[in-house]
Each structure stands twice: as structure tokens, then as C-alpha cells.
Ligand binder design. Structure first.
Ligand code: FAD
Length: 501
């Protein structure tokens, strides 16, 4: 245990992770600490994180970020969910919409009635019972109307798409206004104390020595401090998630401006499509063991909405997590802490939750190993649960058109995921482990969307006569249909409230 009080915080890296951390800490710590951020223009940022999940609204609230201003600054659009194309079988399509599904009745979940009636041919597609899925299908958007209690309009969960480079730039302005000092240049060396190996400074190529008590490693895949200096180790999950490369390219946008991300499965991976105001972001995530780079690029370019606006850029990655996110006086955030492919847009959320956790266990008087261990335990739990959710998409495929998909369908999965699959298969039940990120509605939408058929259903469903269950489902569907009709068009909403100038 080390007891010196913390005064100087050094953030290494100025990508999304670095500037989110700088923004949050400069806001929450209210100027009581010296915060410096070091970044290298020559190295640059990865700049491809463009889709988020609804929890980012909480980050914006805590950081005091105005939504309209932030949307304008980042060419943002709204996101109600993700459309998955070709994941179960080629030709399949479903949306994982944010927020709730239907409306539960007493102690029985909505989807249990839906499943029962679907079996009898008396229920429609799941889309029709979810406000976010229906709005996405019709390219509609509006924020929730909290004043309309009991209406689905009061409960519209949403997130954002934005230009990652503009986001980092925007957060830099916010952070610098709140006292964060930025140093541009390349770090040449990391200096550690001889007695305990704690990092005491980073040394710039210019020779400048930047000393600190707490270091936040946001140096991206380089992981300069957490791995380069501290040799923390990395847990590789490639055997479950075999994609290891992405080719990214922006292209011209088309109308309509869709309020959802699209993930289209290809022969050995999948392609994202993220609509922004000024362009559409695209990328092909694939497994180099199953596909050559040239073919991956050909597929990517053949599946764009419009003319490419740049040359495709390759990013290589290893899926997995750092064995410790917090080691000695270094806390890793963002890509330095691990990587999960962006299938469910979770990386920016992982940065946000690492910041929240660091604040919760903030080492104002030095480092308490008990708290460091708890931070690491919670981080692992969060990472592993998201990992399971991403694996689920691969495991639940019925494609026989490539060895890649056949291998994914046959692979053994982590016990924690197998447990969820077994429970669902028996009676369509889904459990949420503690406060894991994705709630039951998320798991259910992927399981149903990828054709996993439960053998039974909750016996309590039969306590409601079929005709009444039908009426109950029909009333939900009817109300959602009417609400969506009254929602504005997504592009019109943006034009009125947050168009970039
Ligand atoms: P980077 O952006 O790489 O920043 C690293 C920083 O460290 C840079 O400022 C660099 O200059 C600095 N640095 C490194 N070495 C040195 C040095 N020696 N001296 C000085 N400075 C140094 N996330 C989502 O939530 N949604 C998505 O849709 C999504 N899509 C993605 C698609 C792909 C293909 C990839 C790879 C990631 C995606 N992510 C997504 C993840 C997201 O991009 C990252 O989590 C996020 O951008 C954070 O990156 P970072 O800040 O950790 O690293």
C-alpha cells in the first residue's frame, strides 16, 4: 500500500478515451488536481468509434454537455438500435432496438405471451411491439416525452452516431476550458521508480519530463504504460471472436438518414454502416484466417451507399482484455485496456464505465490494493458479459455458406453464455447477471432474431385465455403504431434541432 496524496494526474493519449477522461475528471474533480494530457499529432488517433449506446447520455449529463451543441459539433445523428442483416441465415433481417419490448403483464414478461401467440400464428413480428424498432423501420425520431406517462413516447431509448475525430476535438475544447493542460509531442520513454516499479514520469522526445502521481493510459493499442512499461499481460479471446482486422472507409451519404446502425454479415465477418450528417461511416470487420485483405476490401467497396470519400484504412486488432485494467498507479482506458469488436457499439461505453469506476474508487490519498482489486474485478465482469453478448451473435448462426460461419456455430462458448442459452432453449427465459450491461430485452431480441426457438414457455402464460392475450398484444401494437405515426422524420428532426453548420 502506498499512501502519498495524489495531486498530479497525467493522461497519456488524446483519442476518444483520453479526451473523455479529461472531460470527466476536470468536471468531477472541480479543479482540485492538476490534469495534463499528452498526445502526439504525428501518431494520431484510431478515429473509427462512431456508434454508441444510450448510456452515453449519462456521460453527457455528468460532463454538462449540451446535446444539440454536441450533435452539431460532431455531425451527429440519432440511433435507436442496430439492424442485423444475414446473421441467422442469409436474407434474415432484424433490429436490436434500444429500450423495452412490449409491456410486461403482472409477473410475466411480454415476450412470453408473444412467443406463445406466435406459436399459434396470432402474433406479429417483434418489431411491431417495440417503439424504437418501429420508429427505426420508418426512419422516425424524437426524444422521449417524459410528460406523457404510460405512453411509449415517454420511453424512447436512444444513442448517437458521430464523427469520432470531431468528438475528440469537441471534448478537447471542453476540457481545456475546464483547466486541462495539453502537451503535444511523442513520449519516448516511461520512467519507473526503482523500488516498486510505479510510473513516476513520461519523458518526451523533446527531453521534457512530465511527472505524475496517477497515470491514465489512453495510448490506444500501443498501451504504452500498462503493457509497454508494466508488462501487465493480455487475455486473448480470438478463439471465440475470430475477427482480427477491420477496413474502414467513409462514403457519400444517401437519403433517408436512417436512425440506426447496420451490421451486415459477410462471408468471414461483417460490415458496419453508420449514417452521419455529412457522410456515412463504413467498415468491414473480418477474420484474416478466413479471408484475404483484397477480398475484404472488394466486399466493403461493393456494399457502400455512395462514392467512397477516402482510401480504405486497415486496423488490426486482438480481441480480449488486459489482465488488469488498473496496475500500480496506471489505469488503462479505451483500446489500451482491451478490445471488443464494435458489433454492439460498446467500446465508448467501456471507456465511460471505466471512468465512473475510477471516480468511485478515486485514490485521493494513495493506492489501496483492496480498492484496486475491486476495480479490476468489476471491469472483468463487465468485459466478460459484453464478450458473451457479442459471441452470441456468432454462435447463433445457421449459415452453411462458409467455413467461418460453420466454425462459429460449432464452437464451444464460455460457460456463462452456455447457461443463458440453455435457459432460453428450455422455456424462453433470459436472466440478467447482476448489473451486466445488456438487459433481458437485448438478449431476447438477438436470440429471437437469430432463430433460436425455445422448447416451451412460462406456464403462467396459460392463466390468461388466448383471446385476452391476443387483445393485450394487439393493444400494445396499436398504441405503438399510432405513436410512431406522430413522430417526426429523423432527418427533419435533425434539420430543426441540431444540423451542423
Ligand atoms: P486512440 O484513438 O488510438 O488514441 C491513442 C492516443 O494515444 C492518440 O492521441 C495518440 O496520439 C496517443 N499516443 C500513442 N502513443 C503515443 C506516444 N508515444 N506519445 C504520445 N502520444 C501517444 N467504439 C464504439 O463505441 N463504437 C464504434 O462504433 C466503434 N467502432 C470501432 C471500429 C474499429 C475498427 C475499431 C478499431 C474501434 C472501434 N471502436 C468503436 C472503439 C473506439 O474507436 C475506441 O474505443 C476509441 O476510439 C478509443 O480509442 P483510444 O482513445 O483508446 O485510442
Amino acid at each position: 500500500m502506498q499512501q502519498a496524496a495524489i495531486k498530479n494526474i497525467v493522461i497519456v493519449g488524446g483519442g476518444t478515451a483520453g479526451w473523455m477522461t479529461a472531460t470527466a475528471l476536470s468536471t468531477i474533480l472541480r479543479g482540485q488536481y492538476n490534469i495534463r494530457l499528452v498526445e502526439s499529432d504525428e501518431i494520431g488517433i484510431v478515429g473509427v468509434g462512431e456508434a454508441t449506446i444510450p448510456m452515453i447520455q449519462r456521460f453527457n449529463q455528468v460532463a454538462g454537455i449540451d446535446e444539440a451543441e454536441f450533435m452539431k459539433a460532431t455531425q451527429g445523428s440519432y440511433k435507436l438500435g442496430i439492424e442485423f442483416v444475414n446473421w441467422g441465415r442469409v436474407g434474415d433481417r432484424y433490429i436490436h432496438g434500444f429500450g423495452v419490448l412490449g409491456q410486461d403483464l403482472w409477473t410475466v414478461r411480454f415476450d412470453q405471451y408473444w412467443q406463445r401467440l406466435r406459436g399459434l400464428g396470432k402474433a406479429r413480428e417483434l418489431d411491431e411491439y417495440s417503439i424504437t424498432r418501429m420508429a427505426a423501420r420508418h426512419n422516425k425520431f424524437m426524444p422521449p416525452r417524459r410528460d406523457l406517462a404510460n405512453s411509449p413516447l415517454s420511453d424512447i431509448a436512444y444513442a448517437y452516431h458521430f464523427d469520432a475525430s470531431l468528438y475528440a476535438r469537441y471534448l478537447r475544447t471542453v476540457s481545456e476550458q475546464r483547466g486541462v493542460r495539453r502537451t503535444e509531442g511523442k513520449i519516448a520513454q516511461v520512467s519507473q521508480r526503482a523500488d516498486d516499479g510505479y510510473v513516476d514520469a513520461v519523458v518526451m522526445e523533446s527531453g521534457e519530463r512530465i511527472e505524475g502521481d496517477l497515470f491514465i493510459d489512453c495510448s490506444g493499442f500501443r498501451a504504452l504504460l500498462i503493457e509497454g512499461a508494466l508488462k501487465t499481460g493480455y487475455e486473448d479471446w480470438n478463439h471465440w471472436l475470430p475477427c482480427d482486422r477491420a477496413l474502414a472507409v467513409p462514403c457519400e451519404s444517401v437519403s433517408p438518414l436512417t436512425p440506426y446502425t447496420r451490421a451486415t454479415a459477410h462471408r468471414a465477418g461483417w460490415q458496419w454502416r453508420i449514417p452521419l450528417q455529412h457522410r456515412t461511416g463504413n467498415g468491414h470487420v473480418y477474420s484474416s484466417a478466413f479471408m484475404e485483405d483484397e477480398e475484404a476490401q472488394r466486399i466493403l467497396l461493393a456494399n457502400l451507399d455512395g462514392k467512397p470519400l477516402a482510401e480504405p484504412r486497415m486496423v488490426k486488432f486482438r480481441t480480449g482484455m488486459r489482465k488488469l485494467g488498473w496496475n500500480k498507479n496506471v489505469v488503462a482506458m479505451g483500446l489500451a485496456s482491451g478490445f471488443l469488436e464494435p458489433l454492439e457499439s460498446t467500446s465508448i461505453h467501456l471507456i465511460q464505465s471505466s471512468i465512473a469506476r475510477l471516480v468511485q474508487f478515486f485514490p485521493d490519498r494513495g493506492f489501496n490494493q483492496l480498492e484496486v482489486d475491486e476495480y479490476n474485478r468489476q471491469s472483468r465482469f463487465e468485459y466478460e458479459r459484453i464478450r458473451d453478448f457479442v459471441i452470441l451473435h456468432y454462435k447463433l448462426n445457421q449459415r452453411d455458406d462458409s467455413d467461418f460461419w460453420k466454425q462459429c456455430a460449432a464452437m464451444p462458448v464460455p460457460d456463462s453464455l452456455q447457461h443463458k442459452l440453455d435457459l432460453f432453449r428450455a422455456r424462453g427465459r433470459v436472466v440478467r447477471f447482476d448489473n451486466e450491461l445488456f438487459a433481458e430485452a437485448g438478449w431476447l431480441q438477438v436470440m429471437h432474431g437469430q432463430n433460436l426457438k425455445p422448447e416451451g414457455y412460462d406456464p403462467l402464460v396459460d392463466l390468461l385465455p388466448v383471446e385476452e392475450a391476443e387483445k393485450y398484444l394487439e393493444s400494445i401494437r396499436d398504441v405503438i403504431g399510432q405513436c410512431v405515426q406522430h413522430m417526426p422524420d429523423h432527418a427533419e428532426y435533425i434539420a430543426q434541432h441540431c444540423a451542423a453548420t
